[in-house]
Design a protein around this ligand. Structure first.
Ligand code: UD1
Ligand code: PEP
Length: 439
């Protein structure tokens, strides 16, 4: 078992590089299924376990996948005959595998994918994805843990209103509609930067998608798509995680090339707390104050405060002088990190979807276990300011979304290492263990 061991107290100082976004690259990997001709080369790919999992799903579907890890580039060739069925063994490893469904349905008129199931942070149904496919003319059947969509005569463009601006449903429907006959309009679409990145790739592949990044996306169907080149957008959540780590440690860090526009609500909330956040062409510079002011935050779909920054933000709120609140409106069960933080001396009460935190917290080092991806990052950040040693286990969650997190923090001055508890060895680089996990 691997653990991160951190000794708190060092302010973070320096510059940090941010990788390509997990939540952008996964649907882009799936989109390569749509290219019946040519290769698609995706660069700025983060070396994350989810990326390897998606590669394995695609390989199973008969897409040729060549990962040049040294250059963070993957080349996909989907020009051979593609299979329409993604089995449980692959889909169960990662919820986001559901986004292969739209491309398969578009290209083959059939997709059979194991139901992805819920996960720790909430129930996460896929009803909106399926309603969208049905509106495009597909027949949906669910049996034996699988969901099957069929449209033997192809999909037909239509108007679709999403009851909630679901990121995955918007991506799946957008991809399905690229090869449909006629025009599709998605109303109340998700507006996340990762949606825009996906639309850019689709357009480079020959699709006609306009309006991505707004609440109305219009897709004019085309008869076929081809390979292209694309560099993945920077990970705003990784950037935000380092912004919080810098602020809470009273540090001074430049998050290189970070796109301020993608992190607006976080920047504004941090400023409200008294953190100095400056935006420039070089990136976002964060300087933590001696005293943080309490603040109330509510998560919302983009451009609201991102749920994927919620656990990290609670660490900053717990450190503030006074009572802060966090209301989680996107996922119903995303406060599990709070229970672990109690062991580190956090004081709070949860009422429904809101947690009231009583700062300032005198964080104590403790042994804690990550319960999901962003919880893992939050616990490490708490460890950066805790007295003594904090040990964070369940790093398989962290590896889904952060590459060499401990190394990046160490380069900024944190006293941190990743160890293999069984044989006592120090892990220098995460990628070998991630690959091992994904075999
Ligand atoms: C790989 C990826 O990009 N993951 C992100 C994506 O997840 P994901 O695409 O799964 O998130 P959604 O936007 O779809 O989900 C948001 C909410 O809508 C609900 N819902 C969703 C679909 C559906 O058919 N029915 C339904 O009720 C979900 O249960 C959840 O409560 O967006 C989330 C919200 O920003 C982020 O936290 C995840 O990091
Ligand atoms: C919840 C997340 O991801 P996923 O949707 O892949 O579980 C996340 O990135 O914080």
């Amino acid at each position: 078992m691997e653990k991160i061991i951190v000794h708190g107290g060092n302010p973070l100082k320096g510059r940090v590089h941010i990788d390509g976004a997990k939540n952008a690259v996964l649907p882009i990997q799936a989109a390569t299924i749509l290219a019946s001709e040519g290769h698609t080369s995706i660069s700025n790919v983060p070396l994350l376990s989810d990326v390897y999992t998606m590669n394995n799903v695609l390989r199973f579907l008969n897409v040729k996948v060549d990962f040049d890890e040294l250059h963070n580039e993957i080349t996909f060739d989907a020009s051979s005959e593609i299979s329409s069925e993604a089995p449980f063994e692959y889909v169960s490893k990662m919820r986001a595998s559901i986004v292969v469904m739209g491309p398969l349905l578009a290209r083959l008129g059939r997709a059979k994918v194991a139901l992805p199931g819920g996960c720790a942070i909430g129930s996460r149904p896929i009803d909106l994805h399926l309603k969208g496919f049905e509106a495009l003319g597909a027949t949906i059947e669910q049996h034996d843990g699988y969901v099957e969509a069929t449209a033997p005569n192809g999909l037909v463009g239509t108007d679709i209103y999403l009851d909630f601006p679901s990121v995955g449903a918007t991506q799946n429907i957008m991809m399905a509609a690229t090869l449909a006959t006629g025009k599709t309009i998605i109303q109340n679409a998700a507006r996340e930067p990762e949606i825009v990145d996906l639309a850019n790739v689709l357009n480079k592949m020959g699709a006609k998608v306009v309006g991505a990044g707004t609440e109305q996306i219009r897709i004019q169907g085309v008869s076929e798509l081809h390979g292209t080149d694309h560099s993945v957008v920077q990970d705003r959540i990784e950037a935000g995680t380092f912004m919080i780590a810098a602020a809470v440690t009273k540090g001074d860090v430049l998050i290189e090339d970070a796109i301020a526009e993608h992190n607006k609500p976080l920047i504004l909330k941090m400023r409200e707390m008294g953190v100095s956040v400056t935006e420039s062409d070089a990136g976002i510079r964060v300087i933590g104050p001696d005293h943080l002011k309490p603040v109330d935050v509510k998560t919302l779909p983009h451009p609201g405060f991102p749920t994927d920054m919620q656990p990290q933000m609670t660490i900053l709120q717990l450190a503030a002088d006074g009572n802060s609140s966090m209301t989680e409106t996107v996922f119903e069960n995303r406060f599990m990190h709070m229970e672990e933080l109690r062991r580190m001396n956090a004081k709070y009460t949860i009422s429904g979807r809101t947690v009231i935190m009583n700062g300032p917290t005198d964080f104590n080092g403790a042994e804690v276990a990550a319960t999901d991806l962003r919880a893992a990052a939050a616990l490490v950040i708490a460890g950066l300011v805790a007295k003594g040693y904090t040990q964070v286990s369940n790093l398989q969650y962290l590896d889904r979304g952060y590459y060499d997190f401990h190394k990046k923090l160490a380069s900024l001055g944190a006293e941190i290492k990743r160890v293999n508890v069984e044989d006592d060895s120090i892990i220098v680089n995460q990628s070998s263990s991630v690959k091992h996990l994904n075999k």
